[in-house]
Design a protein around this ligand. Structure first.
Ligand SMILES: [Fe+2]
Length: 379
């Protein structure tokens, strides 16, 4: 669904937002966000921006199309503006809405930089020619190779900025962890009538299933998908939190959820949310094989960016230690930079082995996966 903000009343100009007001909402993060990000910025490739002749009027602003809608991001944008003088004009929509808008706008698009929250969507944007390759020593150093898109020799078309794990959540009173500690086991006949999941066509599932194609091959993945359908407790419906609730209520024995939905319940101010999280078991699947599937939120420079240098500097800024911590924490995600600490809720889940399949291949498999879902009757 497209929920674009209009310039008159909704287009948020972070540079006009009084930083104090934004930061007072998060007093515990104020000091390090301000101080450390400026230090980190100094280490980034801003020299090009600040060099004589480079800072034209055009480069003093940046048009951001974002599928992220977290209040905490406001402080990040304000800090970038404070450090660079570059004002951020923000347009918000969901992933599909942003891609549709970029296509519709074509060469007239004012977009400079784009933030999306799924690898398959980033891959789609690349295929549709909506991004441009970026060569950046900072981004190459900070973002692991398997979380970048495009042809390496020409520069990446997009960069992961945070990750989320696709977890197994299960009813501890009905199942043992060993019954459900891999994605493959979710299709075991012993789990008949117990599996719950959101729509198979949702990007989170398309990406998981696309990674299974890389690990198992297409025929075995299709057989596995048919096994999942045979095990369903109910037709796919709702979001990931609804699957966790289904497990807690006893309707489902086992389900899939992104890690941040579970962490959000753990950190909730509502006791009933925390009780929900504590009631269910949670597993990082496939620790004895290829590792748990992870998806990304990521960024790209728009094909027709008029403020290209500012766009690259912004992506580089988002990979600085302080920005990474803040960016990931806003949605309980894992920083893309492996050395940056995770928040307390994620830390309580422990460390895990993540798959290292190139996330761009996962995106490329999603069209094939959709055909498999149709054949398997996976709604
Ligand atoms: Fe989500």
């Amino acid at each position: 669904m497209l929920t674009l903000r209009t310039p008159s009343d909704k287009l948020s100009r972070a540079g006009r937002t009084p930083p104090g007001r934004v930061l007072r909402r998060r007093p515990n993060t104020r000091a390090w966000t301000r101080a450390r990000s400026r230090t980190a910025l100094a280490a980034l490739a801003l020299s090009a921006l600040l060099a004589p002749g480079a800072a034209t009027a055009q480069q003093r602003e940046l048009n951001l199309y974002s599928a992220r809608h977290y209040q905490t991001d406001e402080a990040l944008y304000a800090d970038f503006t404070k450090a660079t003088g570059i004002r951020i004009n923000r347009v918000e929509a969901d992933d599909a809405g942003i891609l549709a808008r970029l296509k519709a706008e074509g060469t007239a698009s004012p977009a400079d930089v784009i933030l999306l929250v799924d690898a398959a969507r980033l891959w789609r944007g690349e295929q549709e020619g909506l991004f441009q390759p970026v060569k950046s020593a900072v981004l190459d150093k900070r973002v692991p190779t398997h979380f970048r898109g495009g042809v390496a020799a020409q520069g990446a078309q997009w960069f992961g900025l945070s990750t989320r794990a696709r977890l197994v959540v299960y009813d501890k009173s009905r199942l043992k962890a060993a019954d459900v500690d891999s994605y493959e086991k979710l299709a075991a006949p012993a789990l008949k009538g117990q599996f719950c999941v959101r729509s198979g066509s949702h990007p989170y599932n398309l990406s998981l299933f696309g990674s299974m194609v890389e690990h198992l091959g297409a025929p075995a993945t299709e057989t596995w998908l048919k096994g999942l359908v045979a095990n369903m407790a109910r037709p796919p419906k709702g979001g990931d939190t609804d699957q966790i609730k289904g497990v807690a209520s006893g309707e489902c024995g086992v389900a899939l959820s992104n890690s941040y939905y579970y962490a959000r319940l753990l950190r909730s101010a509502k006791p009933e949310d925390r009780a929900l999280a504590e009631k269910v078991g949670v597993i990082f699947p496939n620790q004895d094989s290829w590792g748990t599937h992870v998806n990304i939120a990521g960024g790209a420079v728009a094909r027709n960016a008029k403020n290209r240098d500012a766009a690259v500097a912004f992506l580089e800024y988002l990979t600085s230690d302080s920005a990474q911590r803040y960016f990931a924490d806003g949605n309980n995600e894992y920083p893309i930079v492996p050395t940056v600490p995770v928040n307390d809720a994620l830390a309580s889940l422990g460390r895990f082995k993540a798959e290292t399949v190139p996330i761009a291949k996962v995106g490329a498999n999603t069209a094939l996966v959709q055909q498999m879902l149709d054949r398997a009757g996976f709604k």
